[in-house]
Design a protein around this ligand. Sequence first.
Ligand SMILES: [Fe+2]
Ligand SMILES: [Fe+2]
Length: 342
Amino acid sequence: MENNKIINAKILIIDDDVNMMDILSVVLSKYGHQVKTFTDPVAAIEELKANTYDILIVNYLMSPVNGDRIIELVREFNKEIYIILMSMHKDLAPSIETMQTLDIQAYFEKSSRFDQLILQIQSGISYLNQLNKIKNMNIKLEQYLIDFAKILLNTVGAKDHYTEEHSRRVSRLAVFFGTRIGLNQKEIKNIEMAGVFHDIGKIGIPDYILLKEGKLTQDEYDTIKLHPIIGANIFSISHIFDDIIPIMLHHHERYDGKGYPNHLKGENIPYLARVLALCDSFDAITSRRPYKNETSIEYAISELKNNRGTQFDPELCDEFLEMINEYGENLFKIMRGETNEI
Ligand SMILES: [Fe+2]
Ligand SMILES: [Fe+2]
């Protein structure tokens, strides 16, 4: 489905009745639609996988495979196509349950009059156009909000350059590590965003604490500890960030329950927050901090080992250590964005 408004639809018809398909083809083409017909369901499914269609018209009772089974297969890879099921007689109509579970939008009873079908195709076209409009609106809104969040991050960066750079490094590392441990595409996208914005709440921490060179007092440290909550509050402005907020909010929880802000323990800590915690700590250990000297990758390894099962999820920690063993200093290239793979 293209972003442009559909006027004439690309239609695929599957029917074992060749004569019927020929008639349909002629009628629908007259209305300006592009029609392709198939008697072989396997070939039709291949075609639907390879090319984009707006509307699928399937005959219900066919041999060797019935229409509802074909639709089931199509719905596995295509949730958007508008499906019209057709049948010979009313008594042979599919059940309402079938219509619902297979997300069939319309039902057409075969007859020599096609005005009914033409109308159904028209409503299919307006449905698809509406769907497109909503999708575009959401994409735009999402982009605006992400841009807005980036401006906030730049604002943090203006006063605390470390946090901005650190966030980008953590995000890149989280994508690399996440891909390695088999996160799905959506999770990767979420952890990438959470990585970029996990410390955004530092915008609400006074500069004299954030940029302090010496050791922090307990009070000052308690103030810094508010940053996950502040970040989560900022991002609660839109449901778009719903999946990211728990990762941001809990990136300082510890596996033994002694972390903050909610003292969550073990698997109660959202999985992606446990993943991010490792990436966050690795960067914190290996990068220059105002109050800490630069440390080596060996030091990071010993820190991770020492805190395995207490601060870090033990299994994820093992996976992370394995990654360090495999890639060593090359991980820094990933974190600096110099390469996507090594
Ligand atoms: Fe943090
Ligand atoms: Fe951080």
